[in-house]
Design a protein around this ligand. Sequence first.
Ligand code: GLU
Length: 201
Amino acid sequence: MCGIVGYTGVHQAAPILLEGLEKLEYRGYDSAGIAVSGTDREGNPCIEVVKAKGRLKVLCEMTDNGRSVHGCCGIGHTRWATHGEPSVANSHPHYAKNKRIAVVHNGIIENYQEIKEKLIKEGYVFTSETDTEVAAHLLDKYYTGDPVDAICRLMVRIRGSYALGILFQDRPGEIYAVRKDSPLIVGRSAEGNYIASDVPA
Ligand code: GLU
């Protein structure tokens, strides 16, 4: 088991994501990470990813409790490794080239090996040993401007269990989420909307 959180709203996302992940620590984990939609120095949309092996405390220290990562929309993850050792490279979020799409995943993609081999032949470069990374590259392959269409095509392609939180760089302020056989809930409020693996977050 691991934890997923997501927040989009009027507040800075990173501190909220870290607080949410803390509330999911009881589920167990070996590494943690966040991805936040923001803007680069020229004002263009960009996704910033920060990951750390070990306790959540390390990620909090790296980001000054989230204060050094700017943007009001993001996703976070605590990982319980099933494919690939606990490491920074294997921790989530995973992302497609140029960080145009970022993904957190809870569960197992059973047919990842065959998908990975095909994607490598098509020129995709993998930087982790996880099953999850195929989801980021498949979304990159399928995404032509319609997130729901790309996610539907992804769901047809992958087998296994999953809860996914997804950011698209060109859709700032939006989080996409999908689940099959892994828990994921949605919370709504006037100040923002959330996804989480469990109620405490
Ligand atoms: N199977 C994925 C991995 O090994 C996700 C594990 C999890 O649910 O934390 O990275």
